[in-house]
Design a protein around this ligand. Structure first.
Ligand code: ACO
Length: 381
């Protein structure tokens, strides 16, 4: 007989699904730590690849370890021509998240051995996935515009190379550094929907490419990673500062969510939103003002006034779209960029799951009937 130990909580709110030492969120005080280090410290002192190493291998690398990791990733950035050929067959109107999910899964066709007890297999899978995901995002973007994919440039670091493959131009060093910080901010965030999806898939001992593909599919939804794209569409729709108040009042009256606000865990402003806001301001100072920023500031003020008492404040997605827009990145690539960053967290949880694995198999509260008669098709109404 199956015992029911706790009451059913929709969305598994507050139900522990694992023990983890990867990241910690204090939603009441707005604190986020990766392996015990505050996100503000990492954002000002680290790099995305160093942060990924910290998340996946549990400690900051030595100078030699970091150099080796960066060199390994640089070496594996290219994707096989057969994967590029496959991507050329994708419809150019398809969403880049769907293209990424398919391409990530396709990596398993080439590399899967499922030698999950071999540390070298784990290391290589980590490197390949971190290296190739940005190349696949940029390649699909070029291909859907009728261009050939731009090959990774071995002289460029991770963030600079991605922006180069996307835009064909080497970005301003400040733009590349800000983009790298954005990747750090999105790299990990405890057991959110996509990470949980990665863990459930990992718990079956399937290959890491299937783990990442399932997480990408989960991140794509508008209540999760898809929100930053929606934020920009919302700012476009609002159009000017004067329209903010009626727009918000109308949405609240119609019980519609305001994108980029609210969080299951944070009941104050998301610390990542605060850092992103500073980055956005820095970018606008360097490269020119964005009128959408004025709308965003007004929007945040109005939403805080109306929904702050319910613990609804700006989340990470609210300012990230403005930064990406200024970097010349189209809105439908915002969520794939989120995926490029979150791959670090997914891989860390994959590794952690493997170390103490037990397949996920929750229970359910059955609400259906029992012992119903089978009615023949002629007698059904
Ligand atoms: N706008 C207006 N009202 C909101 C919002 C919002 N953005 N978020 C929550 N609320 C309200 C709900 O209507 C509900 O009100 P009620 O109690 O009067 O019915 C209450 O706050 C609780 O909302 P839930 O949806 O139950 O909160 P939950 O913790 O399940 O949802 C979520 C969190 C999904 C992030 C939600 O806030 C939301 O949909 N936000 C908009 C989408 C978004 O920005 N997603 C990105 C999240 S960050 C990330 O994934 C990287």
């Amino acid at each position: 007989m199956t015992a029911t130990f706790c009451e059913y909580k929709p969305g598994l709110e507050n139900i522990p699904a694992t023990k983890s030492s990867i990241s910690h969120v204090n939603g009441q005080e707005g604190i986020l730590e990766y392996r015990g280090i505050r996100i503000e410290e990492l954002a000002s002192k680290s790099s995305f690849l160093e942060t990924a190493y910290l998340l996946i291998w549990d400690s900051l690398p030595s100078a030699i370890q970091l150099k080796e990791f960066e060199t390994d990733i640089l070496y594996h950035r290219r994707i096989k021509y057969r994967i590029r050929d496959m991507m050329k067959c994708f419809p150019e109107t398809g969403h880049p998240m769907d293209a990424l999910q398919t391409s990530a899964a396709a990596l398993g066709l080439f590399y899967s051995r499922r030698a999950l007890d071999d540390p070298e297999y784990i290391r290589k899978a980590v490197v390949r996935i971190l290296a190739k995901i940005p190349t696949m995002v940029a390649a699909f973007h070029q291909m859907r515009r009728g261009n050939d994919a731009i090959q990774p440039n071995d002289d460029l670091d991770y963030a600079t190379n991605f922006l180069y493959m996307l835009t064909e131009r080497k970005p301003h060093p400040i733009a590349a550094r800000i983009f790298d910080v954005c990747l750090m901010l999105h790299a990990e965030h405890t057991i959110n929907a996509s990470t949980f999806s990665a863990m459930v898939t990992a718990s079956t001992l399937t290959d890491p490419y299937a783990v990442i593909a399932s997480a990408v599919g989960t991140l794509a939804g508008p209540l999760h990673g898809g929100a930053n794209e929606e934020v920009l569409l919302m700012l476009e729709e609002i159009g000017s500062k004067d329209n903010v108040l009626p727009y918000i009042e109308n949405r609240i009256a119609n019980k519609q969510k305001i994108m980029g606000f609210g969080h299951r865990v944070y009941k104050v402003k998301d610390p990542r939103a605060a850092i992103l806001q500073q980055l956005a301001e820095q970018l606008f100072e360097e490269t020119g003002h964005d009128p959408y920023y004025d709308i965003a500031l007004e929007l945040e003020k109005v939403v805080e006034g109306k929904l702050g008492a319910k613990g609804i404040y700006a989340n990470v997605d609210f300012y990230s779209g403005l930064v990406y827009r200024k970097l010349g990145i189209p809105a439908d690539l915002f969520t794939p960029i989120f995926a490029i960053a979150r791959v670090a967290g997914w891989l860390a949880h994959w590794k952690e799951q493997l170390a103490v694995n037990r397949i996920f198999r929750p229970t359910q509260v059955y609400t259906g009937d029992h012992n119903k008669p089978y009615v023949s098709i002629k007698e059904r109404t």
